[in-house]
Design a protein around this ligand. Sequence first.
Ligand code: NAP
Length: 229
Amino acid sequence: MTGGGSGIGLAITERLRADGHAVAVLDLNPPDAEYAYKADVTDRDQIEEALTSVRRDLGPVTILVNAAGLDGFKRFADLKFEAWQRVIDVNLNGVFHCTQAVLPDMVEAGWGRIVNISSSSAHSGQPFMAHYVSAKSAVNGLTKALALELGPAGITVNAVPPGFIDTPMLRKAEERGLLGGTVEDHVQRTPVRRVGRPEDLAATCSFLISEEAGYITGQIVGVNGGRNT
Ligand code: NAP
């Protein structure tokens, strides 16, 4: 579980543990808890080092949820290439590194589940978030490509793009006036008329990694209260 120290990743971690899974958390600032490991998902050496500990403590990794993410807001004309690169690095290259690093365990087991937390902004677009939307759109594409490539190995790969989910990331953006209105304004534009909860994502992941979801792969499963655009 990457990004398991906060928000959506934290809720997924708690849910999967409640489901009976042994969950390791990789995060920039991991919680002071068992099976939490420090790693920047953009740094392959740090990932491999953390995975050595995970395999020692919990065994091979057959389920991966990529939830680590970094948003960014900048007018495209003013967007520095370094900022573009960092957002692409965390949101897209992080998924590349973590997936490639655990893949041998899944291939060896002949079974695996990968869930990538992308973003509904990949469908709708989002002004001032060109780097973030580009990265998350690529994650959806990567998901589809890997589903075809890894299906014969018994590995499913799905993406879950959240809509507006009440997490530190969302509230920080609201506080900085970057959401184009308040969270409550967005609730009024959401068919189910509430903000999403991290637990909504956790429930979806719980199902997608289950044995009974084995015929679902390459799908982009939106969790957005009905607001696709
Ligand atoms: P969050 O509360 O900020 O959690 C993101 C987590 O990822 C944090 O623990 C963060 O660590 C970690 N992280 C960031 N960069 C990392 C790196 N380089 N290496 C390792 N860990 C890193 O955000 P969230 O709202 O739960 O977001 C979870 C995922 O959902 C993200 O991929 C996000 O893009 C996506 N998403 C969220 C929403 C929403 O409405 N909340 C909507 C669409 C998509 P630090 O806190 O230590 O930086």
